[in-house]
Design a protein around this ligand. Structure first.
Ligand SMILES: C[C@@H]1O[C@H](OP(=O)(O)OP(=O)(O)OC[C@H]2O[C@@H](n3ccc(=O)[nH]c3=O)[C@H](O)[C@@H]2O)[C@H](O)[C@H](O)[C@H]1O
Length: 465
């Protein structure tokens, strides 16, 4: 019997990559495990603690542990998450992370958890953990469709990195689904996964070392959503794969900011298009122009959130400069454009919001399903392209914006057509069948019994490790 099962109290050290797109699912997983009596030690850099405290369920068995980031060239001191960093700084952050090995080893030897659950970047955790007799598990916050397409050993079976042409096609052994190819501009974006920066291992090399060395892998998905892709990963990884389920969030606490609630209140039920792109995805100036003009063309009310990379100091000025001339005046009675963080879950839960136009971030799409918001998808990088294919192609529960294959260009009509398919032509197919499929998945994700079972099973599997 494992020590965890013997004491019946599991202690897990959680160690996400320093990015909120990763920290958030680790927090959600921690919260669900804490409700099963699991002791959680949550490791992060000091600057991230206040925001984590606002969402982590703080029980007497939960603690947040501060891990200062060591200085490295190219990373200004005091920055603790990628949301404050340029892409070059985020690469330097991976180097700093790799220098933290002695610090993490000392910490784990003091904490003595049964398990350490870590992220894609910390490929050295399994070695440290095994020296201390601690089991190590990677928690993949990416969908299985993206892991199974991009991060499988067969992608480099000839010992060389895949080319754009290779990446336009699924890897050998990939299941027969709606995904038979991706566009050139998407495959070009995928090259990042295999790229090493200034001697620091690529995302792919880090992941392959983890697959080889860790005790098991947890994926934030379930068989109902992604069964064939999970099976493919099991075959490729030859490692125990556990599923956490999609980690459907609890209903959000608090109230929607009054200015947004008041504005939304004036529109009919399910008529507003909420449009946003998560915490770390940014559109180019040209894309912003076509998107905003496309939303205008729909004639529908919309709430558009646009963010900019951290190197822009005055984001409001940037926003004003990038919107088409006269746009805000023309749409002032039915459109809001905002830059900055918003209470997304509360916006999606507002009765007036009927459509979520988004980047296909995995947590964001789950939030759309459980709030009965139709999905229009404009994926912009990495896993988002594959998530979008899963939803629009396999599940047929949303619509992807049409784009030019070579360079990904989309125009205002492409935006407007996609929104109208789901929000205007509602008595016709494909809208009727898309909405029916969306409803079916919404019900599945809102079924508390099913969702609770995913976590109960996971806890049992973790105890048995
Ligand atoms: C794994 C990585 O997640 C990334 O981050 P991202 O923030 O887009 O993740 P989401 O799943 O959309 O999640 C974003 C989460 O932030 C919340 N939120 C966001 C913005 C805001 O203003 N207010 C909010 O409450 C939102 O409600 C959701 O819970 C990228 O996609 C990336 O492709 C993927 O690999």
């Amino acid at each position: 019997m494992s020590p965890a099962a013997a004491s019946d109290e599991l202690h897990i050290a959680m160690f996400p990559w320093f990015a909120f797109g990763h920290i958030s699912p680790f927090v959600q997983l921690s919260n669900k495990l804490a409700l099963h009596g699991v002791r959680i030690s949550f490791l992060t850099a000091p600057g991230n603690i206040p925001r984590i405290k606002s969402s982590l369920l703080l029980t007497p068995k939960t603690q947040i542990i501060s891990l200062p980031i060591p200085p490295v060239e190219g990373l200004p001191p005091g920055l603790d998450s990628t949301s404050e960093m340029t892409p070059a700084m985020a690469e330097a952050l991976k180097k700093a992370l790799d220098l933290m090995q002695p610090q993490v080893k000392t910490l784990l030897s003091q904490l003595k958890p049964h398990l350490v659950v870590f992220d894609f970047a910390q490929y050295w955790v399994p070695k440290i953990a095994s020296e201390l007799g601690v089991k190590s598990l990677q928690f993949s916050v990416y969908s299985a469709v993206s892991g199974g397409y991009l991060i499988v050993p067969v992608r480099t079976s000839g010992n060389k990195n895949p080319t754009v042409e290779d990446l336009m096609k699924p890897p050998e052994g990939f299941p027969s689904t709606s995904i038979v190819s991706v566009e050139r501009f998407q495959a070009e974006n995928f090259l990042y996964v295999y790229k090493s920066f200034d001697g620091s291992p690529s995302v792919y090399s880090r992941s392959l070392e983890i697959i080889r060395d860790c005790d098991a892998i947890i994926i934030k998905t379930c068989n109902e959503l992604e069964g064939p892709y999970v099976d493919h990963m099991r075959t490729q990884y030859q490692k125990q794969i556990l599923l956490s389920g999609p980690l459907v969030p609890e209903p959000p606490s608090g109230q929607l900011e009054e200015r947004w609630a008041k504005w939304l209140d004036q529109f009919p039920s399910k008529s507003v298009v909420y449009c946003s792109f998560g915490s770390e995805t940014f559109l180019s100036d040209d894309q912003i122009r076509e998107l905003s003009l496309g939303l205008e063309l729909t004639g529908l009310p919309f709430f558009l959130v646009l963010n900019f990379p951290p190197d822009f100091n005055n984001k409001d000025a940037k926003l004003a400069g990038v919107l088409p001339q006269g746009f805000q005046e023309r749409v002032k009675d039915r459109g809001i454009v905002h830059t900055g963080w918003v209470q997304q879950q509360l916006i999606l839960a507002h009765d007036s919001v009927g459509c979520y136009f988004c980047h296909s971030g995995f947590s964001s799409v789950i939030e759309a399903f459980i709030n009965d918001c139709q999905l229009v998808l404009l994926p912009l990088k990495g896993d988002q392209f594959l998530n979008s294919k899963l939803i629009a192609g396999d599940m047929k529960a949303g619509v992807e914006v049409n784009r030019r294959g070579e360079d990904g260009y989309f125009g205002r009509e492409d935006v407007s057509d996609a929104v109208k398919t789901l929000m205007v032509d509602i008595d016709k197919d494909p809208c009727m069948s898309l909405r029916a499929n969306h409803r079916k998945w919404g019900e599945f994700l809102q079924n508390g019994e099913i969702q609770a079972k995913f976590i109960a099973n996971l806890v049992e599997e973790l105890k048995a490790l």
